[in-house]
Design a protein around this ligand. Structure first.
Ligand SMILES: *[C@@H]1O[C@H](CO)[C@@H](O)[C@H](O)[C@H]1NC(C)=O
Ligand SMILES: *[C@@H]1O[C@H](CO)[C@@H](O)[C@H](O)[C@H]1NC(C)=O
Ligand SMILES: *[C@@H]1O[C@H](CO)[C@@H](O)[C@H](O)[C@H]1NC(C)=O
Ligand SMILES: *[C@@H]1O[C@H](CO)[C@@H](O)[C@H](O)[C@H]1NC(C)=O
Length: 454
């Protein structure tokens, strides 16, 4: 997870080849937004090497974990949808098909050491976006995008409260019992499962998905992973029957739940989901800086310089799902759009680094001053916050009966047993990688109380 010099080298070499001016963004002009998003997307694409001969489609170079590559392709799927620019569609399709695998559920054996439920779900959400946006279908004989999302849902539903049962339900962070963190029930794993279930319900109308979405949401509340103010906390220990909660708050948890609640409201139009969605939107104010609560920031780690490689991407998902929410629950637009606009303006103002003078940093709250931090996460977050200003330009996610064409297979992934690499085959490097992540989480658990918001 350390920022390696070889990665710095990749950017150093690539920025030298570009010669664009500083990034301009007029938030009221779709053309200007598209132009800005195009520049930032180009900067993101330069990090990806999986399409090169001998490399593996769907992997980013170190220090990026596999999940973030799925998150990045979700960003590119939305990029195409919002801007119409299809230049990344081929690498996206290649990576998605390669990683979906024969089980159509994104459980590749190669990822044994890093495959948590949350990691898998970031690919599953990408497949869901592809189905909703009518991203060009995979070739005949390959699982449809919808099927791959259903595959992820089915695999995860089968792991709900799996033995040893605890906490009255929930998904564990890890899939394999031998990976560190197996006893942790974290909010992002459950939140992504909720997100996928809710969107599958919106897409198909199948009540089973609605039941799972509600079950997950209610369970998270019952153990305190979210509180009355709809603040979402990091996770809880199943060995203690989820009796204490790590109170650190991340923007992506607010994001995945916001979109799930919006999808549930869209299909049911019930006051229950309207209230939840209103609460989540209000609760997410904690991720907006200053008195005006307009510019997005990663409150737990951004201003103290402690965001790790994963965390530097989290704002991307809050921005993505705020945009989604404004489409499927249009009454949220007046609250959310100004925040996206102010954040996008602030983000663009600091995309001034590198030889191309348009590489984006992490902090958008620095009055246009670039903070010198850069990478996939920083770039993807800036891209998402810009492209999600274009939600008025599209008709919104389709479903069965409303233009959706992705083939449904409610049994997808059902019988697959995730294949693991035998533990002794995992190199010490891989073990160190996964272990390091857990160490960070544990440090945060112990040191995170300062950021407990109740
Ligand atoms: C797994 O790793 C092998 C060896 O690097 C590679 O050829 C294959 O494409 C990988 N599979 C996936 C799904 O990433
Ligand atoms: C464990 O937690 C669940 C959910 O909060 C609760 O229903 C159950 O009674 C608890 N079990 C024990 C032994 O405390
Ligand atoms: C539900 O979402 C669709 C887009 O997926 C949107 O067109 C529709 O207006 C939304 N329904 C309501 C009641 O807002
Ligand atoms: C609804 O989804 C469930 C769970 O995946 C599945 O078992 C069932 O067959 C689906 N029903 C229909 C009508 O597709």
């Amino acid at each position: 997870m350390k920022f390696s010099s070889s990665v710095l080298g990749v950017l150093g070499a690539s920025v030298l080849l570009s010669s664009v001016g500083a990034l301009e963004l007029d938030i009221n002009s779709p053309d200007s937004i598209k132009k800005a998003a195009k520049v930032v997307a180009g900067g993101l694409r330069k990090w990806y090497t999986g399409d090169r001969p001998g490399d593996v489609p769907g992997n980013l170079p170190d220090p990026y974990y596999w999940w973030e590559c799925g998150a990045m392709f979700n960003a590119f799927i939305d990029y195409w949808y919002y801007t119409g620019d299809d230049q990344y569609n081929d690498i996206t399709e290649q990576a998605m098909i390669h990683q979906a695998g024969t089980s159509s559920a994104f459980e590749p054996k190669n990822q044994t050491s890093t495959l948590g439920n949350d990691d898998q779900a970031f690919w599953g959400m990408a497949a869901m976006s592809a189905a909703e946006n009518k991203f060009p279908d995979p070739p005949e004989g390959q699982a449809s995008w919808l099927t791959s999302a259903q595959g992820v849902f089915n695999r995860q539903a089968s792991r709900w409260n799996e033995p040893p049962e605890s906490c009255g339900g929930g998904l564990k962070w890890q899939i394999f019992s031998f990976n560190d963190g197996y006893n942790y029930k974290n909010t992002i794993s459950n939140g992504c499962f909720f997100n996928i279930a809710a969107r599958l319900y919106k897409y198909t109308g199948n009540q089973t998905y609605a039941e799972w979405a509600a079950r997950t949401f209610d369970w998270e509340r019952s153990v305190g992973l979210m509180n009355k103010e709809y603040h979402f906390f990091d996770g809880t220990d199943s060995l203690k029957n989820c009796s204490d909660v790590n109170g650190i708050q991340w923007s992506y948890n607010a994001g995945v739940h916001m979109a799930g609640a919006a999808a549930m409201w869209n299909r049911t139009q019930s006051d229950v989901w309207r209230n939840h969605l209103e609460g989540i939107i209000k609760g997410a104010d904690v991720f907006f800086f200053g008195d005006a609560k307009e510019i997005m920031f990663e409150v737990a780690c951004e201003r103290n310089g402690m965001c790790d490689v994963d965390q530097r991407s989290f704002k991307a998902y809050l921005a993505r799902f705020m945009g989604y929410t404004t489409i499927v629950a249009p009454w949220t637009r007046d609250i959310l759009l100004p925040k996206l606009q102010a954040s996008a303006k602030a983000a663009a103002a600091q995309c001034t680094a590198g030889a191309d003078k348009s590489t984006c940093g992490l902090r958008w709250t620095n009055n246009g001053q670039n903070d010198g931090s850069f990478g996939v996460g920083e770039q993807m977050a800036a891209m998402e916050v810009m492209q999600n200003l274009l939600t008025t330009q599209v008709s919104g996610p389709v479903g069965e009966g409303t233009g959706g064409t992705s083939k449904s297979d409610p049994a997808a992934g059902g019988d697959a047993v995730p294949e693991a690499i035998v533990y002794s085959d995992i190199t010490s490097g891989d073990k160190a990688g996964a272990g390091f992540l857990t160490t960070v989480v544990l440090i945060i658990i112990m040191g995170g109380a300062w950021w407990m918001v109740s």
